[in-house]
Design a protein around this ligand. Structure first.
Ligand SMILES: *[C@@H]1O[C@H](CO)[C@@H](O)[C@H](O)[C@H]1NC(C)=O
Ligand SMILES: *[C@@H]1O[C@H](CO)[C@@H](O)[C@H](O)[C@H]1NC(C)=O
Ligand SMILES: *[C@@H]1O[C@H](CO)[C@@H](O)[C@H](O)[C@H]1NC(C)=O
Ligand SMILES: *[C@@H]1O[C@H](CO)[C@@H](O)[C@H](O)[C@H]1NC(C)=O
Ligand SMILES: *[C@@H]1O[C@H](CO)[C@@H](O)[C@H](O)[C@H]1NC(C)=O
Ligand SMILES: *[C@@H]1O[C@H](CO)[C@@H](O)[C@H](O)[C@H]1NC(C)=O
Ligand SMILES: *[C@@H]1O[C@H](CO)[C@@H](O)[C@H](O)[C@H]1NC(C)=O
Ligand SMILES: *[C@@H]1O[C@H](CO)[C@@H](O)[C@H](O)[C@H]1NC(C)=O
Ligand SMILES: CC(=O)N[C@H]1CO[C@H](CO)[C@@H](O)[C@@H]1O
Ligand SMILES: CC(=O)N[C@H]1CO[C@H](CO)[C@@H](O)[C@@H]1O
Length: 757
């Protein structure tokens, strides 16, 4: 039953397996032991030595007991069963093992490490083989890892999550899903193609559903494309651009907007209503702003209309000059065709009726001193009958005079004649109808006349025109009279040489004489040298008469007074045509500058440019026709020279500029002279003059052109008395009246002129 060899084998195995030191005496005689089994003491029996104990019991602490790692099975001591041994109960198995299904095994969650059961390893623990790893963990690269489809949830490997399942880290998500916003999803640039995340498709790629197309793209008709409100920038869909946005192609622009010159714009006939290009609206249509209205229309008070400065021509708005610049002086604006015209009231002319025609009712008349004692006259232009009142400064007498067309002049009281200093010499003329008035000094051999400046145009700044006295006994002279009381007069002398004495004071060139003038007071200054350029500045309007007491130009014929009423500096012009004067082929033209200016002259074929300083003048010799133009207004006079055959003296005559011409003139020619009128007119209108109802036959026409200006001039003889001249084409022209008389006599004055109002 107990073969000793078996026993020994057992011992050997036991020793090999456990390596422990045996407490059993090696001297035991197996035969003895066998014998003892049947006779030995059982467990817990007192003993003195092992021999006494039954079977494999050993005597330990005076009792028969199983040796270590042996257990009592009720009859004998048996060695404990190791891992994977068959067993009936756990007690048979070594300490950490359990008898499970008849085999000693480690408990659940434990594994056998060759000595005992230890707790299985969890995720990331180092391992040698997969048994060591808990649950579905397996040993990979020396660490417990979940299988590829699983992840470690802290406790065990569980299946990874698919799209849209919750997660806390991307490890929890299957495939190349990533954990975003606690959900497993593909990256932004990818989509889930049922098994993995794939890159999203680009524009024009085939697609089956929405998410397959890249950001901003839509899957429409199985192709990735931008929404209809978008365009493809090359990398993304961007919303189509509104009006005015920068663009490179019309595809980038919304609705019907087109890309023109790199901007999204509607076509010309359209406007952008915020959503689309809409046809611009026609006149009277409703609107919110002007862009909604057709080309020239504006949105005014909710409807498309022409601007207030414009009018509707049935197809467009045209500038309504009437609305922009009203006609002046009561003129009525008329629109005919596409032009506006001012229809001026009587007495006015010019595009805006800005000029008065110089026919007025009030005149202050003064005469500067002349050679002898002439008969002072007025020559009013009288069509039918005129009632004048003549108020003399000297005696305050107001005389009423009735004249009719047979009366060529009215002779004034000699109290109007002047000498140097302060006087009450002059007359105020009042007419019941507007007239043109000339002043005339008549004395055989010394007559001269002038056009009277209507009081309405009297002003506060004058430059003195005169002619260089031929020698010391010939004087430059001017006189003035104030229109109102208490007028401060400042005379800034320009004296060619020497000084002027007044009120015990000596005034030399550049000095200023100041005096206060009362109404109906006259003041005269004269000098033996030229006073041309003397500047008069006054606090209230004054009238000025100027020239020479008498003068020669070449020393031929006889001396003769030069007299003209001076135009204020605000009634000058900058383009002048100097007329042809019959018999007079030698004339000095004097141009006086108000301000520093450039003056161009054309005389015959010669053309010159001159810089003229303020208050300086230039003289040139005029023969038939000449032309003066300047940057700013200048004053121009002509001084026809004496006739060598002693049939006419030199005289002085004012030249109005081309902007001062009238459409028609009523004028008076003095008696007792051989007289002419000279006319200047645009060359294309040289024909068509109507003098006293008859067409004028022309010969000897002289023409000049300079740039835009082409003018002609001619002279015709004229009889004494009143005349009327006009042009059938309503053309503005200049007229001068002049004449000579056998032996040493001449006169000249402009027939009339327009004044700036
Ligand atoms: C032996 O004695 C021990 C302790 O006194 C006891 O636990 C055990 O049951 C006894 N064995 C048997 C078989 O009586
Ligand atoms: C496992 O180990 C890796 C690398 O050492 C570490 O990043 C990770 O956090 C570990 N995981 C856990 C659950 O401990
Ligand atoms: C148009 O094209 C030019 C050149 O490619 C580029 O520099 C510019 O930014 C583009 N403009 C727009 C509005 O896309
Ligand atoms: C605007 O309306 C006018 C009539 O009021 C018509 O003659 C004209 O042709 C219209 N213009 C356009 C562009 O339709
Ligand atoms: C002279 O008489 C006329 C007509 O009665 C009048 O209009 C004018 O004012 C008078 N002149 C003066 C200065 O009294
Ligand atoms: C006159 O005055 C002006 C400016 O004050 C000056 O330039 C000029 O030299 C003066 N002329 C004379 C002659 O004193
Ligand atoms: C001269 O110049 C002044 C100041 O600039 C100006 O007011 C005036 O109108 C000018 N006069 C002429 C005739 O040009
Ligand atoms: C005017 O002058 C011319 C030219 O010298 C001369 O022929 C004519 O007789 C003069 N007229 C009179 C009325 O003296
Ligand atoms: C110590 C002792 O008693 N040894 C004996 C064991 O048994 C053999 C024979 O069976 C004897 O020869 C020994 O003397
Ligand atoms: C009751 C029981 O099972 N006893 C056994 C104890 O062990 C020995 C062998 O060592 C067996 O022979 C017994 O039958």
């Amino acid at each position: 039953m107990l073969p000793s060899c078996n026993m020994l084998l057992f011992f050997l195995i036991w020793i090999t397996a456990y390596g422990n030191t045996l407490t059993i005496s090696s001297t035991v005689n197996i035969t003895d032991l066998d014998f003892e089994i049947f006779t030995g003491l059982t467990i817990n029996s007192s003993c003195e030595n092992t021999h006494q104990c039954f079977g494999k019991l050993v005597c330990f602490n005076g009792q028969c007991q199983c040796s270590e790692n042996h257990i009592w099975n009720g009859t004998n001591c048996n060695g404990e069963k190791t891992f994977k041994s068959k067993c009936k109960q756990t007690a048979e198995c070594e300490t950490t093992l359990f008898c499970i299904y008849g085999t000693c095994q480690c408990a659940h969650m434990n594994y056998w490490n060759r000595n005992n059961c230890v707790t299985k390893k969890i995720f990331n623990d180092t391992c040698v083989n997969s048994n060591e790893c808990r649950g579905k963990l397996f040993c990979q690269n020396g660490e417990c890892q979940c299988p590829i489809d699983l992840f470690w949830n802290g406790n065990k490997c569980i299946f990874k999550h698919f799209e849209w399942q919750s997660c806390s880290s991307s490890m929890e998500c299957a495939e190349n899903l990533e954990c975003r916003e606690s959900l497993c999803q593909c990256s932004e640039t990818e989509y889930w193609d049922n098994s993995k995340c794939s890159s999203r498709k680009s524009v024009n790629d085939a697609c089956m559903k929405e998410g397959e197309c890249g950001n901003t793209l839509y899957c429409a008709r199985s192709v990735c494309q931008c929404a209809s409100s978008d365009y493809w920038t090359g990398s993304t869909c961007s919303i189509k651009k509104d009006e005015h946005a920068l663009c490179n192609s019309s595809l980038e622009c919304k609705a019907k907007l087109q890309c023109k010159t790199n901007h999204c714009v509607c076509c010309e006939q359209d406007f952008w209503n915020g959503q689309l290009c809409e046809r611009k609206r026609n006149i009277t249509a409703q609107c919110q702003e002007s862009v909604q209205c057709q080309d020239t229309l504006h949105c005014i008070r909710g409807t498309c209309q022409c601007d207030v400065t414009e009018y509707w021509t049935q197809t467009a708005c045209a500038k309504n000059m009437c609305a922009i610049e009203q006609c002046l002086n009561g003129g009525k604006c008329q629109i005919t065709e596409k032009r506006h015209t001012c229809v001026c009231t009587d007495g006015y002319l010019g595009e805006k009726c800005q000029y008065g025609d110089g026919r007025e009712k009030y005149f202050l008349l003064i005469f500067h001193q002349t050679y002898s004692t002439p008969s002072p006259r007025i020559l009013p232009t009288v069509n039918r009958m005129v009632k004048l009142s003549v108020f003399y400064f000297e005696n305050n007498k107001n005389i009423t005079v009735t004249l009719n067309s047979a009366d060529n002049h009215y002779t004034l009281d000699s109290s109007v004649l002047m000498t140097d200093g302060l006087h009450q010499a002059g007359a105020e003329i009042h007419s019941n109808v507007p007239i043109t008035l000339y002043g005339f000094l008549f004395v055989r051999d010394q007559s001269e006349g002038f056009f009277v400046l209507p009081t309405r145009y009297a002003s506060t700044e004058y430059l003195i025109p005169s002619f260089t006295p031929y020698s010391v006994s010939y004087r430059s002279v001017f006189c003035l009279s104030s229109v109102y009381a208490n007028t401060v007069i400042r005379i800034h002398f320009k004296i060619k040489d020497g000084t002027i004495e007044y009120d015990n004071m000596q005034y030399s060139n550049n000095q200023t004489l100041t005096l206060v003038l009362n109404k109906y007071t006259t003041f005269q200054i004269s000098h033996t040298t030229d006073l041309t350029g003397t500047l008069i500045i006054t606090s209230k309007p004054v009238v000025v008469v100027s020239g020479n007491i008498y003068n020669f130009i070449n020393g031929r014929a006889n001396v003769q007074p030069f007299i003209e009423m001076v135009l204020p500096t605000n009634q000058l012009d900058n383009v002048y045509i100097i007329p042809h004067l019959n018999y007079r082929l030698e004339n000095t033209v004097r141009v006086i500058a108000v301000n520093d200016t450039n003056v161009a002259l054309k005389n015959g074929n010669s053309r010159t440019r001159n810089v003229l300083k303020s208050r300086n003048f230039l003289d040139y010799l005029h023969t038939t026709i000449s032309y003066v133009s300047s940057a700013s207004d200048v004053m121009v006079h002509i001084y026809p020279h004496e006739l060598s055959n002693a049939h006419g003296d030199a005289f002085m005559m004012t030249i109005p500029g081309i902007n001062q011409y009238l459409y028609d003139y009523d004028f008076m020619v003095p008696t007792d002279f051989e007289s002419f009128i000279s006319i200047t007119v645009p060359t294309d209108a040289v024909d068509g003059f109507v003098l006293d109802g008859n067409f004028v036959n022309l010969k000897n026409i002289f023409s000049i052109s300079d740039g835009e200006h082409r003018f002609s001039s001619f002279s015709i003889p004229i009889s004494s008395g009143p005349h009327h001249i006009t042009h059938r084409d309503k053309t503005r022209f200049g007229v001068w009246i002049y004449g000579n008389y056998t032996s040493y006599e001449a006169y000249g004055y402009p027939a009339g002129m327009a004044f700036k109002t």
